[in-house]
Design a protein around this ligand. Structure first.
Ligand code: KG4
Ligand code: ZN
Length: 355
């Protein structure tokens, strides 16, 4: 535990962040949007493993159970007093509404009891703000690719609270595709990190996969890529069965992982570079759980060097869901917006450009 910090002054704004949009219950305290003072995360992923994906009711019930402990830890580890908190920021959406409601209700109760201003944060704005923690010098405007379990967006961050959507997925999200392929390969949940790990030993060109493009739009589509991978897997299994051999002797799990991952990474790279060209931006910040992918990070790093593009990659622990990113974005809401206070509600779907 750190020593008690000096009282808030004009330069010291401690924001308490709360995140509960999916299966992570998280609380964090961040100073002036950049300096993480405490960051506590509980994940219920282990409870969802046997189902191959998040079960909303289990996630919500776990949030209710662990939220008080997570909050208590975040405050104790920060070593500051409640009086020193400038504001409370909480993820208001998008996400699983039952899960979001736990964070929103907790934040409202605390704001009332502690008499603090309350700010509802868009989950994707939080993911983008993870970059402010890793790169204290980063300021808008910049372009951001947000890739997570539920989202795929290319966003022009014009200012801290001003976002323009350049492209988005028309169907599935890349993280969801990672999780689904991992489930079919019986690798476990969440699938992204496991595929990332085994892909290093596989052949990245074991079979062909589509990379869909739309006329006059940089939007993404991942469902064809996901279905083509699953069809290939079924076909390989059928053929192996007829020959009475194990399907992994035909194409290994690592080959599947490497081919699928390479297709996703190349596709994200192509679309993002087209968005860089379109917008003329020279700064690109990655965000979201899939931004933790090692091949994605190295491919983007190589291309950024070739294109004289300044690339920002959040630390791995700030790519996946956490509350420090919510507190970081909360600082800019605190500086620029009126508090939402007790009218705040959770929203399963909410537009980043207009929230
Ligand atoms: O941002 P996040 O924690 O939650 C959402 O807002 O959705 O992202 C979770 C997603 C999961 O689908 C998970 O499989 C994926 O991020 N993920 C990864 C990696 N680490 C997490 N995907 C690919 N490679 C990784 N290393
Ligand atoms: Zn997320």
């Amino acid at each position: 535990m750190k020593g008690v910090r000096i009282i808030n002054n004009i330069h010291n704004r401690y924001i308490l962040g709360i995140e509960s949009s999916c299966d992570e219950t998280a609380a964090a305290i961040v100073l002036n949007g950049r300096d993480v003072i405490s960051n506590v995360i509980y994940s219920s992923a282990d409870l969802h493993k046997i189902y191959g994906g998040v079960v909303p009711e289990i996630a919500s019930r776990k949030h209710v159970e662990v939220m008080p402990y997570v909050l208590d830890q975040a405050i104790k580890q920060a070593g500051i007093s409640i009086e020193q908190l400038a504001a409370i920021a909480v993820t208001k959406g998008p996400g699983l509404v039952g899960s979001l409601l736990v964070g929103v209700s907790t934040a409202k109760a605390l704001a009332l009891v502690w008499d603090k201003p309350l700010f509802g944060i868009h989950h994707l704005a939080g993911h983008i703000a993870a970059n402010y923690i890793t790169y204290p010098e980063l300021a808008p405007p910049f372009l951001s690719l947000i890739v997570s379990g539920a989202h795929s967006h290319i966003v022009l961050v014009k200012d801290y609270l001003d976002f323009e959507i350049i492209a988005m997925t028309r169907d599935d999200a890349p993280g969801e595709a990672f999780d689904k392929i991992a489930r079919e390969l019986k690798l476990g949940y969440p699938g992204g990190p496991i595929i990332d790990q085994i892909a290093t030993e596989g052949n990245p060109h074991a079979f062909q996969l589509p990379r869909p493009k739309f006329a006059e739009s940089l939007d993404f589509s991942f469902s064809g890529l996901k279905t083509a991978t699953l069809n290939k897997l079924n076909q390989v299994k059928q053929n192996a069965k007829q020959k009475n051999i194990s399907w992994t002797e035909v194409i290994s799990k690592s080959d599947f992982a490497a081919t699928f991952q390479t297709a996703i990474v190349d596709y994200l790279l192509e679309q993002t570079l087209a968005a860089v060209k379109l917008t003329g931006q020279k700064k690109l910040a990655l965000a979201g759980g899939v931004a933790a992918n090692s091949q994605l990070r190295s491919s983007f790093t190589n291309k950024a060097n070739q294109h004289e593009l300044e690339l920002f990659l959040p630390e791995l622990k700030y790519c996946t869901d956490n509350a420090a990113m919510v507190a970081a974005q909360g600082y800019y809401a605190y500086l620029n917006q009126r508090p939402e206070m007790l009218s705040l509600n959770a929203q399963a779907m909410i537009d980043l450009a207009n929230n």
